[in-house]
Design a protein around this ligand. Sequence first.
Ligand code: DQA
Length: 148
Amino acid sequence: MKAVYVLNGPNLNLLGVREPATYGTQTLADIEARLKTRCQAHGLSLTFRQSNQEGDLVTWIQEAGAAGIPVILNAGAYTHTSIALHDAIRASSAKVIEVHLSNVHAREDFRHHSMISAVAAGVILGFGALSYDLALEALIAQSQTTKS
Ligand code: DQA
């Protein structure tokens, strides 16, 4: 593993001010800075992106899949609705770790189903911003084990 993509979906640009009781006070820039430091320590290049457009996420997943780069994906609300993201992961064979800040299973019913989980390599949720760090640690640990 030489590179990692971290892709963020709708409304995650508002992290830090958006419902802090649910999502915490760290901004997306805070998370990016921390993951960048960790990636640098492991000689990994980090591509960190956010979009409110579903199609952007589809394009970036395809891009990562074609390049064989694993993806840490917080698809936001598209998690619960997007057949297009499900298909993009399948079609591109991208290795995706699904992450959520909140424990979606402890929230509204409409958040209990994920279109991503069935095609994800793993799912980490409910640890706030730390969910991203844990996903990165999982990818690093796996790559050290498998030397892929
Ligand atoms: C989220 C959970 C989703 O249900 C929600 O729509 C989000 C954020 C999370 O990180 O907890 O936008 O993905």
